[in-house]
Write a protein that binds this ligand. Structure first.
Ligand SMILES: [Ca+2]
Length: 328
């Protein structure tokens, strides 16, 4: 049961972060955008920290061992466990998942043609619900499809379908439900020596309902290409330089804002955007501000509307030292 309580505790943490992104009044759109950027970056961090592979990960730390054990117990790839964790879902152990948590995993016969220890094809679906302390109700549902690339440490492709986390609370006589749903795909290709290319096409839907009626609703869609160049090819998950390019759209209450995405890595003379596993883990443990926006420790990320000049710039002054500058 302890693991199960652990999962619920994390659900509370993540969703509590949603509830503190401003009031339910004006300004929610800015918060929705920031929340979406945070979520997007945190999902990337889950991928970066898995690039060493399951075997390499298992000797790095207690945390990696825990992820490897959990993945092995469910028959899931380790990156999927990390990805779900970044999304706010800490999986229970199979033996602790009775009743309130139903997770179906199809490993497609445990096929591993390239012998890299990662199953070639995995489908999983989730249907978990329950009540937290204080009478809050939570629900987790959705599924994903995972395909390993041929060869060790060469990447993977994953598609997520209606992966949803929701939390319902009672405030006085009113019921407030916050839900976010993830759809889309992630493709990672490359090698530790040459670096990796991540192609992400994601849609994140946020909705706040009061007494069953929608109060706020926002959708963030993003098509981005990212590169990750490890500092040390022998330890690709420890840290590396990242570049991001692509576009994103935020739609809320019928209004749509479009952004181009760029990073300091592609600007001559600027400090490149740098990701660090130690920083990501320290920031995640510290909580708040969306895990410090993904665990970067240098450089910046800019979301800019080239027509209106509106922008959001996240600058990493050091690990855990993040500045968010907005111009709307
Ligand atoms: Ca494989």
């Amino acid at each position: 049961m302890k693991r199960y309580f652990g999962m619920m505790a994390l659900l509370v943490l993540v969703l509590a972060a949603c509830s503190t992104t401003g009031t339910l009044g004006d300004g929610e759109s800015l918060d929705a955008e920031q929340l979406a950027i945070e979520t997007d970056l945190n999902l990337d961090a889950a991928i970066f920290e898995d690039l060493g592979g399951a075997a390499a990960a298992s000797v790095q730390s207690v945390e990696d061992q825990d992820v490897a054990d959990l993945a092995g117990a469910w028959g899931l790839p380790t990156v999927a466990v990390r990805f779900l964790k970044a999304w706010g879902v800490r999986l229970p152990r199979p033996g602790d998942a009775d009743g309130q948590c139903n997770i179906d995993v199809n490993t497609n016969g445990y096929a591993d043609a390239d012998g890299d220890g990662v199953f070639d094809l995995v489908d999983a679906s989730f249907d978990c619900s329950g009540t937290l302390g204080g009478g809050q109700a939570f629900a987790v549902s959705g599924g994903f499809h995972f395909e390993d690339k041929d060869g060790a440490f060469t990447g993977f492709a994953m598609t997520l379908s209606d992966f949803t986390v929701s939390l319902t609370t009672t405030r006085g006589e009113h019921t407030v439900q916050r839900t976010r749903t993830l759809n889309g795909s992630v493709d990672v290709s490359g090698s530790p020596a040459e670096g990796y290319v991540l192609t992400k096409d994601l849609s994140i839907h946020f909705v706040v309902e009061v007494d069953g009626e929608v109060l706020h609703e926002a959708t963030w869609t993003a098509q981005k290409t990212k590169t990750y160049t490890p500092d040390d090819p022998d330890a690709p998950a420890v840290g590396g330089v990242v570049s991001i390019s692509g576009n994103a759209t935020l739609t809320r209450d019928g209004n749509t804002m479009e952004f181009q995405v760029s990073t300091s890595t592609d600007v001559e003379g600027e400090t490149p955007l740098h990701w660090s596993r130690d920083c990501w883990r320290a920031a995640r443990d510290a909580g708040r501000l969306g895990h410090k926006m993904g665990g970067f420790d240098a450089g910046w990320i800019l979301h800019e509307n080239l027509t209106t000049g509106d922008y959001t710039k996240v600058t990493y002054n050091g690990c855990g030292n993040v500045s968010v500058e907005k111009n709307f």
